[in-house]
Design a protein around this ligand. Sequence first.
Ligand SMILES: [Zn+2]
Length: 255
Amino acid sequence: MGDGVTLIQKADRWLARRLVRRMLPLGAGPGVVTVSFDDAPVSACHEGRAILDHHGVKGTWYVAGGLTDRLEQGEACHSVPDLEALLAHGHELGCHTFDHQPCSGLGAEGMRSQLQQNRRFLQGLAGGAAPQHFSFPLGDYGLASKWLAARCFDSVRLTRAGIHRGSADLNGLLAQRLYADEMTPDRLRSLIAETAACSGWLIFYTHGVSAQPRRWGCTPALLEQVLTDARAHGCELLAVGQALAHFRARTEPAP
Ligand SMILES: [Zn+2]
């Protein structure tokens, strides 16, 4: 999201990354790899889920209720039954804004009402619950929206790349793009090796999953590689909520 970002927005994000932090110590142990899907396109709900299910892995889908049965950037988004199938298979639904609007232009009232509407939507699904995890639509955030999201969720995810080492800011989780047009098998392998070596946490995000992926999506082969490489390096594969519980458990003082 470098395009169209003004100097003031850049300064706001720079500040936001340094303030309103909620640090989670990661402790020592195996690296942790998380797979997440933004917007839950149909292909992520079907092909993406099938691959995770095959490997016995849970993922996190960040959903904007307003995209249900709609197109986002030309890609077909989830239906209600798609989301309910994710829940039935034990996957985690995170929260976007309801209409997928970027947050920094919404104002506090607008953002609150978007979050409330989306929370209501997710709670209304069969098996649904209040979402605990949020990601900023289009990776758009600033100090005010970070503060607001931080008050509502256990974790808040950005679209800024990086491996968490030693600790993670729960109000500004880093996430690595898993896009077919830029991620090579070698780069993927080295990111996972690095995560394993530093007992870190690496969160991937993508959109659709298809053999002919759209611009912001990945291929089934690339997604498979995340899972097999993570296992080969001894990493745990956990949804966002599972990862938080895992880190909290391993850093708790012994009784
Ligand atoms: Zn999105």
